[in-house]
Design a protein around this ligand. Sequence first.
Ligand SMILES: [Zn+2]
Length: 456
Amino acid sequence: MFRICSYFLFAATLSAAPADWIWSARWVITENPARPAIENGAVAIAGDRIVGVGTRAEIDARFQAKQRLDRPQAILAPGLINTHTHAAMSLFRGIADDLRLQDWLEKYIFPAEAKNVSPDFVRWGTRLGCLEMLLGGTTTFTDMYYFEDVVAETSKEAGMRGVLGETIIGFPVADNKTPADALAYTERYLARFRNDPLVVAAVAPHALYTNSDETLKASRALADKYHAPLLIHLSETKKENDDTLGARHMTPTKVLDTLGVFGGRTVAAHCVWVDDADMAILKARGVGVAHCPSSNMKLASGAAPVERMLALGIHVGLGPDGPAGSNNDFNMFEEMDLAAKLQKLVTRDPRALPAATALEMATIGGARVLGMEGEIGSLETGKRADMILVRLDRPNAVPLYDAVSQMVYALKADDVRDVMVNGKPVVSDGRMLTLDAKAVLEKAEEYRAKIAASLK
Ligand SMILES: [Zn+2]
């Protein structure tokens, strides 16, 4: 008997394909429509790629892994994708709340930035942002800030994936005094991070209302030259729309389209005040929308017509936007929950934006916004191994009838236990493996004292 068993075991081992990791869980949510949820499922990883997805029995039969992680009380899901944020602004967290966007920007943020933003500030602020994002299950973030080359270095140090855009804005800022300087800086940055496994370098003209037409056209030309995405804020407030309509008799979307800004991969953040004609443009040009429900609610900007955008086939992802006063965190679980609830509230229809749609927006939908759906956003063979294990052993996680509903409405960022990016574990049992969490938290306190003193 023993001999027969060991023979079969030997034969199975011989025929099994090698893998670096097998991760298994009570539920695997794949975001692959062909096989959406697998009970007692597992994923095999070799190098930076997923090589198998199935039941644990199937995966164990097919693969011989060097290491494994079995979480019988967890959900295994694709890593969450943040499509709009400003990570380094975490050092301004809560600096001024409960204000109008224009007052918040002009009276607090722009002066605080003028006095404090440096490469060191950006490095530590990005470390703090990456620490919070990774511990909360975000594996890819989309960023717009200054010294974006430093954001890219830090993101790689954290082992996180990033679509990282150098900001171009029509007044002097910490890293560049003119848009021409910013464009030159951006070009050096794009060249440096070309073909990086974790960083997609992007061009980020701040918005229509903070840039000249010439700068916006030059930004598009630069993005085209390097096949880079262009990131921009669009129609965030009613004032922005009213001002543009008053001055140019066109909506901001129409102006950007007329300038050719949407001529290549574009991610537009907010899109709260877009009308039917604007949405037709976004659809026709393939512009991805980063919906930021927390930020839009906190700043009372309005509710983006997400249900209509999705019905038109526009790609919509989620973003926490700014940690400094428009959110004030990077919690993608909160964004999923609020995205669903905000559409229900404004449409007065509880069927609007169901849980499955909210989770899709935070995963494969976000990947489509970024043009990366072939690489990330779902657990499928051939894709990059970006995934999270979320615990199901806490009071807010039981009982479980539907894993997707639990992810969106019941589980919290704090329930994330393990995180893998590009085949490498970066969070293990709630502990950060790549960054020195204690040093990051201490440095944030140091910066708080410095920043507070600078504003006196
Ligand atoms: Zn923003």
